[in-house]
Design a protein around this ligand. Structure first.
Ligand SMILES: Cc1cc2nc3c(=O)[nH]c(=O)nc-3n(C[C@H](O)[C@H](O)[C@H](O)COP(=O)(O)OP(=O)(O)OC[C@H]3O[C@@H](n4cnc5c(N)ncnc54)[C@H](O)[C@@H]3O)c2cc1C
Length: 487
């Protein structure tokens, strides 16, 4: 498997559970590209209803429900409070009907929606603009961020015998007598053979298919989206605020640890390597200030972290150069198999649809004659039976205020391994407010393919998203620990 974003990670987990010998490589860290830049939402895509993509919304809602059932801790149901100002494309009546329809199309898999008068909405969320009615619907979010969720599949894959190598790039490939001969460049250059190549290179899928000389029918175009993390929590309630910007596009105020993240944008780009520009920053800050009544408006000085990525969007082969209605492009994924060359390529998609991608890859591998048994237990959290015992143990060993955060966080990220991780020493938050302890950081650094500080603090843990570089540099205990870990 080439590329360890969400699609490569699910592919590795599903294929290894089906008994295949799997090698998953990524030229950077696990989830270093698109799969660390998302909005962290597991959702049915209510906004796609406006484009009449009922089939896609139904499929995504089922995918969301399936994930929510299997990840009771790592995926959290959350309310979206949508404020209906003049830039919202509908009023309260249509909005209420839309959320009821969304709830129905999602087979009532979440809490029911609600509709609020302007007065009640203001009472519920004082930051909303006075005089605007609101509607509420439910989807889900990834409290530990997208990249941690990806790592969970990688961990599953490793447990099932997969060989996972980050910082290892596929640089050349040729079909040999015993399948593919693949040249991998990392610390050293190696050649491996493989019967099948699964191309899960996300925005680079076309580059990898060129390298394999296995062209795909569908093409890809890129939509850039950015998020800004702010140094404060905008809404005190655990909810997402859904707002419409001046271009009538939906954007969100999302939770990020004990702070808020705002975004996203949707700009067509040709190069998948992107960063947040001053214009992006100004645009997002202007929209938040315009759509909320904040006591103290947001300024660029409030930004502690930024994210920028591209959505790889699927288009018909001949269409890539010229897409008439950019914002209407579908967010569906395609799994294409080239039987003659034994290459399977994943194009497009969403984190939310990851289990379907895994299943479809298994189907293709079955058609190619490589899989004879159905994969079992290739996703989901383990047993929850000992969670209460773990919380009690943490409570006895840590500060009363921090204990719930520590207990919840370590259990959510590690399940039953949490007992071993905390050992028997006292527990203290090493980054106050985030529920992360020295013991957990040591465990991750030693067991989770960590090579750099960024791997540890940005992707395995959301520390670098919820704290600025300055705040982290000033945290002496953390800095000493990182040096001690050789990072
Ligand atoms: C702004 C934004 C917001 C989004 N929000 C959501 C959301 O809230 N919910 C949702 O469900 N989806 C969301 N998405 C979509 C989702 O993030 C993506 O669909 C998904 O992460 C794509 O994963 P991937 O595995 O295909 O690609 P990637 O994560 O990009 O992984 C591809 C990997 O391939 C590697 N690679 C490339 N070439 C090689 C090579 N030659 N050798 C080795 N490795 C290679 C790269 O290093 C990379 O890690 C969002 C996307 C964006 C950009």
């Amino acid at each position: 498997m080439i590329g360890a974003g969400i699609n490569g990670a699910v592919a590795a987990s599903a294929a290894s559970a089906a008994g295949l010998r799997v090698l998953l490589v990524d030229k950077g860290d696990i989830a270093n590209f698109t799969s660390q830049e998302s909005s962290n939402l597991v959702w049915g895509g209510i906004k796609y209803l406006q484009g009449y993509e009922f089939g896609l919304v139904f499929k995504l809602c089922l995918a969301r429900n399936h994930l929510m059932r299997n990840y009771p801790n790592q995926i959290r149901q959350i309310g979206f409070l949508a404020s209906l100002g003049p830039t919202a494309p509908f009023g309260r009546l249509l909005g209420t009907f839309g959320t009821l329809f969304y709830w129905g199309i999602g087979l009532l898999g979440t809490k029911p929606p609600a509709s609020y008068s302007a007065k009640t909405a203001k009472k519920l969320e004082p930051n909303l603009i006075t005089g605007r009615a609101a509607i509420k619907y439910y989807d889900a979010e990834l409290p530990d961020n997208d990249s941690r969720f990806v790592f969970d599949f990688v961990r599953h894959a490793i447990k099932q015998g997969a060989d996972v190598r980050n910082y290892t790039e596929l640089t050349a490939a040729k079909p040999g007598t015993n399948g593919w001969e693949l040249e991998l460049s990392g610390k050293d250059k190696t050649t491996v053979t493989a019967t099948t190549v699964i191309n899960t290179a996300g925005p680079f899928a076309k580059n990898v298919s060129e390298l394999l000389q296995a062209p795909t029918n569908a093409g890809l175009v890129f939509s850039k989206g950015i998020h800004l993390v702010l140094n404060r929590k905008i809404t005190e309630l655990n909810q997402v605020l859904a707002l419409w910007d001046e271009q009538e596009r939906l954007f969100y105020v999302l939770p990020m640890g004990d702070r808020s993240m705002v975004g996203t944008t949707d700009t067509r780009v040709d190069d998948p390597h992107t960063k947040v520009t001053q214009a992006d920053r100004d645009f997002v800050i202007k929209q938040v200030n315009a759509q909320l009544e904040l006591e103290v408006p947001i300024t660029p000085a409030d930004v502690v972290a930024e994210r920028s990525g591209v959505r790889p969007l699927v288009v018909d082969g001949g269409q890539s150069g010229d897409v008439a209605d950019w914002h209407q492009l579908s967010r569906k994924h395609i799994v294409e198999a080239n039987k003659a060359l034994s290459v399977v390529t994943v194009l497009g998609g969403k984190l939310t649809d990851c289990l379907n991608v895994g299943k479809e890859i298994v189907q293709e591998l079955t058609r190619l004659g490589h899989i004879t048994k159905r994969p079992v237990n290739w996703f989901g959290e383990g047993s929850q039976l000992r969670q209460e015992d773990f919380s009690a143990l943490v409570a006895a060993r840590s500060d009363r205020d921090a204990a719930p955060r520590i207990a919840e966080g370590i259990w959510r990220r590690h399940g039953e391994a949490a007992f071993e991780i905390i050992g028997d020493s006292p527990l203290e938050e090493i980054v106050a407010g985030l529920g992360i302890t020295e013991q957990e950081i040591r465990h991750i650094a030693e067991h989770e393919l960590v090579h750099t500080r960024e791997d540890l603090l940005r992707r395995r843990l959301p520390v670098k998203m919820a704290r600025s570089d300055r705040e982290l540099a000033d945290n002496e205990k953390l800095q000493e620990l990182l040096v001690d870990l050789g990072l």
